[in-house]
Design a protein around this ligand. Structure first.
Ligand code: CA
Length: 335
């Protein structure tokens, strides 16, 4: 006989069923050297007005990605209940310990939030947060928006995305919201390694799930922050949860059909890019060279595009290790 699942150790200081604006925390007890009875405090805001659909909005699933937290702290401060029909649940820093440390994964347990689902109520700190989303927050939601960017090690053309799904009605609703978000680029993603992802957890519950990659390098630009703020508002309006008019933007649809989109380095060294994000490249074109740096006089290794397309994502730091993804080339499509 299987044991019934333990309740989550996380308690919310907000009432998800109360109308109005509430700012509070998801409090997770975390005993440690500097606080025997300490807690991880994950900020949460709830803006509710009567009956209607629920949007669940998250940033900092990875702690070194900033467009999401910028847009969501801003939204939590400015969204008024009279402009809402239904409910908006805002968690700007989903992996709060990682966000506070400015790192992709949690400094407590090295947990990668987007590989930790469905989580465990008696697991690591990261698994306990995942379990709370899996069993408490996701079931409340109709629409889920999870912000990502490249973090410290990747940089992306700014895009909003949803997944190709077996349920075509669910897929179509997600792509309608991607279109409304209005990022400069929009992507139809086929997930190859979906195990443990928040995306998959939400989609398997039948939720409309939308995500982004809005830049990277461990910071946000004025341009990508504006895309995040406006896109979030557009998505909530298109979902019928926030009053207003969607500010439609032109978007270029991109497709990443297969493994040839990705170029990996087999060598370590200093990278020099010979093309920049947003440029069209041809199959076989040298997109970067890797220079061995231990001594002078050695030839650089040439890294070639394995397909033609638009240069969509790149390795960010100046040094590369064997196995690092250095370039992603996507197809421009009609959408
Ligand atoms: Ca990410």
């Amino acid at each position: 006989m299987t044991q019934p699942m333990k309740p989550s150790p996380i308690s919310a200081t907000v009432d998800f069923d109360a109308d109005g604006v509430q700012h509070g925390f998801l409090r997770l007890p975390y005993s440690r050297d500097d606080a025997a009875w300490g807690s991880v405090m994950i900020p949460v805001a709830v803006v509710k007005n009567g009956k209607g659909p629920t949007a669940l909005l998250t940033g900092a699933n990875h702690g070194d990605e900033y467009e999401g937290p910028i847009a969501l702290f801003d939204l939590a401060r400015t969204l008024r209940p009279e402009d809402v029909t239904g409910r908006v649940i805002i968690v700007p820093a989903m992996n709060q310990p990682a966000f506070a440390a400015g790192t992709r994964t949690s400094p407590i347990d090295r947990g990668n939030m987007n590989r930790s689902f469905p989580g465990r109520p008696d697991g690591t700190v990261t698994e306990k947060i995942a379990d709370y989303f899996q069993r408490v927050l996701l079931p409340m939601a109709d629409v889920v928006l999870d912000f990502h960017s490249g973090g410290k090690t990747l940089d992306f053309l700014p895009f909003c995305a949803a997944h190709i799904l077996p349920d075509k009605a669910q897929e179509a609703r997600a792509f309608d919201l991607v279109r409304a978000f209005g990022a400069p680029y929009s992507v139809k993603m086929l997930e190859i390694d979906a195990v443990g992802m928040y995306d998959t957890a939400a989609e398997e519950m039948g939720k409309i799930f939308v995500t982004t990659e809005l830049g990277g390098g461990g910071t946000a630009s004025a341009h990508t922050a504006r895309i995040a703020v406006q896109g979030c508002r557009n998505l909530l309006i298109a979902a019928g949860i926030v009053k207003g008019k969607v500010e439609m933007q032109a978007t270029q649809w991109l497709d990443m059909p297969d493994g040839d989109c990705f170029t990996f380095s087999e060598d370590g060294g200093m990278i020099r890019f010979l093309a920049d994000l947003g440029e069209r490249v041809e199959k076989g074109q040298i997109v970067a060279t890797i220079t061995p740096t231990g001594r002078t006089g050695l030839d650089p290794v040439e890294l070639k595009a394995r397909r033609a397309g638009l240069f969509t994502a790149r390795h960010f730091p100046g040094l590369v290790k064997p196995g690092d993804c250095v370039a992603v080339i996507a197809d421009e499509t009609a959408g």
